[in-house]
Design a binder for this molecule. Structure first.
Ligand SMILES: Nc1nc2c(ncn2[C@@H]2O[C@H](COP(=O)(O)OP(=O)(O)OP(=O)(O)O)[C@@H](O)[C@H]2O)c(=O)[nH]1
Length: 412
């Protein structure tokens, strides 16, 4: 054991104490802020990981309050037994919390089940140590707590490295954090228990700085993980509203867009239309050239619609070989022009499939959302567009019709 001594004049001692207290203030203040933030994450986002992190930070605070004597000096000056005898309990608590957070943060149960079992075993050992200490055992618990603190410096960086290499990006921050912890702890132990360096208690100060950086890095990792969760959630939502074959929106997307449209119409009173498209004799295309060819035609319709429609239009595959577009326009003539461009371009661009050029046509049915005060439903609106479409089919296909009152009228 080596101890460093400095002789100070009273003013220099006062100044040193002030600096020290400032340092402790920054350290405990930063940890407390991180605890509050992670508790907010845990409650607002219902994420267990963030709660484990908060508990781990609490155990880190307790660890350092005990180690640097601040706890005894200011928080529990009368609890002499706890201060003298509780060290190992606090170390073991820290070990258990660090393992719990890392297990969950690194998703070891699914990504590295064997390491997960190792972590769980170490946690059990830590728990057994706490019980043994409470029962009065000293020496073996002392050895156990030091052994576990050292084991942490290997197992957590190793597990972080493994899952990071396997593709869990944010595990990098855990690796960095725990390597820093490892260096700080190992230097403190070597300095305190051997005469290799004559650094006295200085490494303890650096270990505390390392501990702060470690928790900061873990916080960065946790934030990255939360961002990734949010991105995945958004992706899942957009996939739920997307048609897998064409990449257009699906029926659900149309329903959502319709709800938003109703709100927008109340504000700006601009007319809105639904344009329904149905391919002609599509069954024959499937029967003659195969389902793959049919799929290719559908995909090309998707690209054509996206090319012709504006970004603000909601282009969806309504089902099978039917497509529906929700669009705002000054008048019905503008929508008819859009429908005609789609119809003519589709008819004049056959789909190449192997050695065949598949000729095809489509019909368009247009319906205006008459009066927003009437609050028409999607189903009602689609029924109007469908009626116009039916008329187009009945009139010989490859044409566009507009639904007018009860009587759809032919325009092309
Ligand atoms: N390849 C392919 N075919 C599909 C898909 N969804 C629906 N179909 C086919 O689309 C065809 C639609 O046939 P019908 O409803 O008879 O319509 P149609 O042959 O286009 O006749 P009309 O609309 O009256 O001109 C059926 O054969 C469906 O199997 C799909 O995702 N891919």
């Amino acid at each position: 054991m080596t101890l460093g001594f400095t002789l100070d004049t009273p003013p220099a001692f006062g100044a040193r104490q002030q600096r020290e207290h400032l340092g402790f203030g920054v350290f405990y203040g930063a940890l407390s802020i991180m605890i509050i933030m992670s508790l907010i994450f845990a409650i607002a986002l219902k994420q267990r990981n963030a709660a484990y992190y908060a508990v781990f930070l609490l155990s880190t605070i307790l660890f350092w309050l005990k180690l640097n004597g601040i706890g005894f000096q200011y928080l529990w000056p009368d609890a002499v037994w706890w201060h003298n005898e509780g060290f190992h309990i606090v170390y073991l608590l820290f070990v258990g919390c660090a393992l719990q957070f890392s297990k969950s943060f690194l998703q070891l149960d699914s990504l590295a089940p064997r390491l997960n079992r190792v972590f769980a075993t170490l946690q059990l050992l830590a728990l057994a140590g706490i019980v043994a200490r409470l029962l009065g055992l000293y020496e073996p618990v002392l050895m156990l707590s030091f052994a576990l603190l050292v084991v942490l410096t290997f197992v957590i960086p190793f597990a972080s490295y493994k899952v990071w290499r396997d593709g869990l990006d944010y595990a990098f921050w855990s690796l960095l954090a725990w390597l820093l912890y490892a260096v700080g702890l190992l230097l403190s132990i070597i300095s305190a228990s051997t005469s290799l360096f004559s650094w006295g208690m200085t490494p303890l100060f650096y270990a505390q700085v390392a501990s702060l950086l470690e928790t900061l890095f873990l916080m960065i990792g946790l934030s990255k993980w939360l961002i990734q969760l949010e991105l995945e959630r958004q992706k899942a939502i957009s996939q739920a509203n997307e048609d897998a074959l064409t990449g257009l929106g699906n029926r659900r997307r149309l329903q959502l867009a319709f709800t938003q449209l109703k709100d927008a119409m109340v504000i700006d009173h601009r007319p809105a239309f639904v344009l329904m498209i149905d391919l002609d004799y599509f069954k024959q295309i499937n029967d003659t050239f195969g389902h793959d060819a049919g799929d290719k035609v559908l995909t090309e319709v998707g690209s054509l619609l996206l090319r012709i429609c504006r970004e603000s239009d909601v282009v969806t595959r309504y089902g099978g070989e039917e497509f529906a577009i929700l669009l705002r326009a000054q008048d019905v003539d503008t929508v008819v022009q859009v429908a005609e461009r789609i119809r003519v371009e589709f008819a004049s661009s056959p789909t190449k499939h192997h050695d065949h050029m598949i000729e095809h046509t489509l019909c368009c049915g247009i319906a205006e959302i008459m009066n927003i005060d009437q609050q028409p439903s999607v189903q009602e609106m689609m029924k109007h567009a469908d009626e116009a479409l039916y008329q187009a089919k009945a009139a010989g296909r490859n044409q566009s019709h507009v639904y007018a009152h009860k009587q759809p009228h032919h325009i092309v």
